[in-house]
Write a protein that binds this ligand. Structure first.
Ligand code: AMP
Ligand code: GLY
Length: 422
């Protein structure tokens, strides 16, 4: 069972179904892409209907439940389902705090001496504004809680910083913004390292780079992610070793010290500073989206073997993960207006032609209605291709993207540019 409805969940379901041992995947609630996947079906339950999900899983002997998004994890879905005797890949509510409370995560990092931006925490606007004025810009303002990717402002001026503080305490993010972190602004290049863990052992997947901004040249508003590629050449084997020693291992140790049995993905969003040091920008408690759409197509070890080993605390027994040589790139096709308001319900054409090029078309926000795929979200599709080089992967990806059409569709034409330009 895969819980969620985005491109990440379509990629998880697709990859799970490649394992000979996986008979069927049920997606809750899934999307138009998972509805069309062979041996996959959607079940119209809410992601927060823990009781309904648990009952279905028990009656149908579901062997493994993989939870995609952070919201149900932060609401305790893993705790609930584990208590029913079900096997779950995804951390408990206590573990999910690493994403659900930036203040909690920062305290853990400070205690464990994990390299990260210096930060101070505030619960009222006046004290926060005094602090911002004393520090000066650039400075980063973050709502403590989950804010659907919108809670962070990288302020280049004092005015921006002050209005971000006022917006958070003014209720823009609800309860999530009643506590605010003010952070040192880091510079450098970002890389996402998704690691799988069973609470005792932690192993990184291939490093990926995400493109968070809506506009080409990494400009404009932050989004959930407009494209990605893997492996990110920036994260050399030597750097990956440092990330393992300086970040992943000590974070897992700090979780254990807090009596947290963390079984799932620990996603480290890292800044590689100009001096070449990795620092944590944020942790997530789940697979990245769209990073998953480029990492999983390169994984040769059966996914269900890896996830079950984590859920059953046997990761140390697993041989090293096997990866396809080469690169994968993903371009997200979004609705006009995203990440602000946008329309849904447009007919999407060219999907069979895109797939015929050999590319993978993961659905992010679509639905199947009377045999027609309709747009049903802000990020609509994620088109992925694998190639022998990053350039090769990108050429194939864009060829497939160009076969697809719906009204107002938007995508960035410069995915991967940083790794290509010298
Ligand atoms: P998040 O919503 O936590 O993923 O953060 C969104 C983006 O804000 C990150 O991907 C970074 O580009 C940027 N960011 C967050 N924290 C910092 C920081 N301390 N310094 C510089 N940029 C940051
Ligand atoms: N692509 C960023 C995230 O999944 O948080």
């Amino acid at each position: 069972m895969v819980v969620g409805s985005g491109g990440r969940e379509h990629a998880l379901a697709w990859k799970l179904l490649q394992s000979t041992r996986v008979q069927e995947v049920v997606c809750i609630p899934g999307n138009g892409g998972t509805a069309q996947l062979e041996r996959c079906r959607n079940l119209a339950l809410g992601m927060n209907d823990f009781e309904g999900i648990g009952r279905f899983a028990l009656v149908n002997n579901i062997a493994l439940i993989v939870v995609g998004p952070e919201a149900p994890l932060a609401a305790g879905i893993a705790d609930y389902l584990q208590a029913q005797g079900l096997t779950v890949f995804g951390p408990t509510q206590a573990g999910a705090q690493i994403e659900a409370s930036k203040a909690w995560a920062k305290a853990l990092m400070t205690d464990a001496k994990i390299p990260t931006a210096a930060a101070a925490i505030f619960t009222d606007a006046d004290t926060a504004i005094d602090y911002v004025k004393a520090q000066g810009a650039p400075i980063v303002i973050k709502a403590d809680g989950l804010a659907a990717g919108k809670g962070v402002t990288v302020a280049t001026t004092l005015e921006q910083a002050i209005s971000a503080v006022e917006a958070a305490f003014g209720g823009q993010f609800g309860a999530a913004g009643q506590r605010v972190l003010i952070e040192e602004c880091l510079t450098g290049q970002e890389v996402s390292v998704l690691a799988v863990t069973d609470g005792l052992t932690i192993r990184p997947l291939l490093p990926a780079q995400d493109h968070k901004r809506i506009g080409e040249g990494d400009t404009g508003a932050n989004t959930g992610g407009m494209g990605a590629y893997a492996p990110a050449p920036l994260a050399t084997p030597a750097l990956m070793e440092r990330i393992q020693q300086e970040i992943l291992e000590p974070t897992l140790a700090a979780l254990r010290q807090r009596q947290i049995d963390y079984r799932g993905v620990l996603y480290a969003g890292l800044m590689i500073t100009p001096a070449g040091d990795p620092k944590v920008i944020e942790f997530n408690c789940r697979f990245g989206d769209p990073e998953t759409q480029v990492v999983l197509p390169l994984l040769e070890t059966p996914l269900e073997t890896v996830l079950l080993a984590c859920a059953q605390q046997r990761l140390a027994e697993l041989p090293p993960l096997n990866w396809t040589a080469g690169f994968a790139s993903c371009v997200v096709i979004a609705a006009e207006g995203y990440p602000d308001s946008y329309q849904k319900g447009y007919e999407i054409s060219g999907l069979p032609q895109a797939t015929a090029t050999g590319a993978l078309v993961f659905h992010a926000g679509t639905k199947l209605k009377q045999q027609q795929i309709l747009s049903d979200g802000g990020r609509v599709l994620g088109v992925t291709a694998v190639g022998s080089s990053l350039q090769d992967a990108l050429t194939k990806t864009y060829a497939a993207v160009e076969a697809i059409h719906f009204q107002g569709m938007y995508y960035r034409r410069d995915i991967g540019h940083r790794a290509l330009s010298p």
